[in-house]
Design a protein. Structure first.
Length: 266
């Protein structure tokens, strides 16, 4: 008896080039507005599905979601397992209700200049912000410890596999994390971003047990890379005219990292 094929939606971090569609077996490929790529594949059995997933791992793609089409998107657990508190801040997992307060500063040109992008209206932003994979990697930063305290920023914390050769890939799973941050410009100049990043580094190394944390930005975003250096990260990459900015200019980007043995509590 022939088994009807099952169609899966596979979401991975980053925008894959079209040529990977043919390499992976002529999969339908959609680049999403949130910086991810969704691939659609119909398979007759699990062996075929595992072959596609192995191919994605071979090209270094990081899987964020796997589901059969026609089913609701799964609830992705937040990488931040519990709220964290510093002397002046609370860091907590994001919810869909955080879309409106974060839109208030993300739509500002001074902020959006350095972001991958921001939808043109609040409705579109709410839809993007509320995607399970987006919520799972978003950390909301509020001023103070009161539940009604104002939101002053949203940070990104993504746990991921390190690159590894296939025969040792299991040992590289979930061994590193990537950080990103957006702070409301009304609250800059007080050290809040530094305080929040230091706490997330502590969480990554002490609670998640990762061995390496990375971050990157445009070279022109000196506020961001100076923060990376302030918390002890070192510049590993300076890519010259590597990224196309919406202004039409090709801009330099820089990448920073810190290892667990290089980190020390503030």
């Amino acid at each position: 008896m022939n088994t009807a094929p099952t169609t899966y939606a596979i979401r991975v971090d980053g925008h894959l080039n079209d040529h990977w569609s043919a390499w992976l077996g002529e999969l339908d490929l959609t680049r999403d507005d949130d910086g991810t790529t969704t691939l659609t594949v119909s398979v007759a059995d699990q062996a075929q599905l595992h072959g596609v997933l192995a191919g994605l791992r071979d090209i270094g793609a990081v899987l964020t979601e796997l589901r059969t089409t026609g089913t609701p998107a799964p609830i992705c657990p937040s990488v931040l397992e519990r709220p964290l508190q510093t002397e002046r801040l609370t860091l907590r997992p994001a919810t869909a209700a955080d879309a409106d307060p974060t839109w208030a500063f993300r739509q500002l040109e001074s902020i959006n200049e350095w972001l991958t992008g921001c939808p043109a209206n609040l409705e579109g932003y709410r839809e993007l912000f509320s995607k399970p994979a987006r919520l799972a990697t978003t950390v909301i930063v509020t001023l103070g410890h009161d539940p009604e305290a104002p939101t002053i920023g949203d940070f990104m914390l993504r746990r991921e596999d390190a690159w590894a050769q296939l025969d040792v890939a299991d040992q590289a799973r979930d061994t590193q994390a990537e950080l990103g941050w957006v702070l409301d410009p009304a609250f800059t100049g007080h050290g809040y971003a530094t305080e929040a990043v230091r706490e997330l580094l502590r969480y990554c190394f002490e609670d998640l047990g990762v061995r390496r944390v990375t971050a990157n930005c445009f070279l022109g975003n000196d506020t961001s890379w100076r923060l990376m250096e302030r918390v002890g990260m070192r510049r590993e990459v300076h890519a010259v005219r590597e990224s196309l900015h919406r202004s039409g200019r090709w801009l330099d980007t820089v990448g920073y990292a810190i290892l667990e043995q290089e980190w020390s509590p503030a």
